[in-house]
Design a protein around this ligand. Structure first.
Ligand code: LRH
Ligand code: MN
Ligand code: MN
Length: 381
């Protein structure tokens, strides 16, 4: 039963995780890094080949701009993967200094909206069902712009994008507490994202990036609440120690990841309706193994969450048995699920140890020899 559910898991890797990345202080170039979106897909296909549960890849536009998106999608399929969410980018253009869809100048707002609509065209061409929107919009100084009017401008743009969505397509709105704006951020929290999505309709949902909260925020509560309202669209998984660190998911706080996965399962969100996506950068560690490790971390947290004895938990909760209920949860968390996952992989023809199997495969040596001058992911430039 637990194995059947694990077999159905699907974790999406981001194209930008395979490119060079860094902080605003330095981008460290690595060997064998992809030179174009086609090569990023080849690397993502390796992650899927060794884990068996990463069959789609998110694109970021314009970082992944190509002449023909239909051709890129065909290339993906030929490698055994598909195109996942299309991520818009209205944060890396001089015009967006004061915002994109909330900019005071209508010409800039129009440009930003046109980009978002172009992303829906790309969904049509690639067969992607998900548009992921994150806005860097906000202000740095009190009085700089009208907070309320910016919300009106945001709502206007979201409505236009929503109207453009086709059958089977949806938009996910991502929030983030701060950065790059330091005073007001126009979509700073789940409540703001939720309110906009509620007005838009069923095809609009909130995406929770686990790195986008204030320290101490109870993310599993947000997950439980959004699921209850039918408004949890997915995750951008990563780890944070300080701010939006984009480290490997499950590295900083595997217990938090377990608690989140438990609420997903408890709330009926373990299925295709909630997208499990990674949003990470591997600045100092190798990228493909970094993604494999991340996928495995999510899988381990999921396995532990699936092992929670829900009947025993409910009984302890009904009886007000505080310690008993806590123990049920901790028993599952403290289970070593690695043997179970090794077995599961072996049953599906995979190597039980994806990290070692990838290291032995010779793929890294091949790309390191073939690819010279890998492209920057576009992030942290
Ligand atoms: C913003 C964000 C968003 C972007 C990505 C590169 O911090 O999380 O999802 O698209 O980083
Ligand atoms: Mn994100
Ligand atoms: Mn982020």
């Amino acid at each position: 039963m637990v194995k059947d559910l694990l077999r159905r898991q699907h974790i999406e890797t981001p194209s930008w995780a395979y490119g060079n990345s860094g902080t605003r202080f330095k981008v460290f170039a690595q060997r064998g890094v992809p030179r174009d979106p086609y090569e990023k897909l080849s690397d993502a296909a390796q992650v899927h080949a060794f884990t068996g549960i990463a069959p789609t890849v998110a694109l970021h536009i314009p970082w992944d701009r190509v002449d023909s998106y239909a051709d890129l999608a065909r290339h993906a399929h030929s490698l055994g993967v598909g195109i996942g969410a299309i991520n818009s980018n209205v944060f890396q253009d001089d015009d967006y200094k004061l915002g994109s869809v909330t900019h005071p100048d209508p010409a800039v707002r129009r440009k930003a909206l046109d980009h978002l609509l172009e992303c829906v065209d790309i969904m049509d061409a690639t067969g992607s069902a998900t548009l992921k929107l994150w806005f860097s919009d906000g202000t740095n100084y009190p009085g700089q712009d009208d907070i309320r009017e910016r919300q009106d401008r945001l709502a206007f743009a979201l409505e236009r994008v929503y109207e453009r969505l086709g059958e089977g397509q949806r938009l996910l709105l991502e929030y983030k507490l701060f950065e790059p704006a330091f005073y007001v951020t126009d979509v700073p929290d789940w409540g703001t994202a939720y309110a906009h999505c509620l007005r838009l309709g069923d095809k609009a949902q909130v995406v929770v990036d686990t790195g986008h909260h204030a320290p101490g925020t109870n993310i599993e509560f947000i997950v439980a609440f959004l699921l209850r309202e039918g408004k949890l669209g997915g995750f951008d998984f990563n780890s944070r120690f300080y701010a939006d660190d984009d480290l490997m998911v499950g590295a900083a706080d595997p217990f938090q990841l377990f608690r989140i996965m438990f609420e997903v399962i408890r709330g009926g969100g373990y299925g295709p309706q909630v997208a499990f996506m990674l949003d990470q950068c591997h600045n100092i560690e190798p990228k493909i193994p970094g993604q494999i490790r991340s996928v495995m971390n999510v899988q381990e947290a999921t396995a532990k969450a699936l092992l929670v004895d829900r009947d025993a938990l409910a009984a302890a909760q009904r009886e007000g048995d505080v310690l008993g209920a806590n123990a049920v949860l901790m028993d599952a968390y403290n289970t070593d699920v690695r043997p179970l996952l090794g077995e599961l992989r072996a049953e599906t023809g995979l190597d039980p140890d994806p990290m070692a199997a990838y290291a032995r495969s010779g793929y890294f040596e091949k790309i390191a020899a073939e690819r010279v001058g890998g492209a920057q992911a576009g992030w942290g430039a």
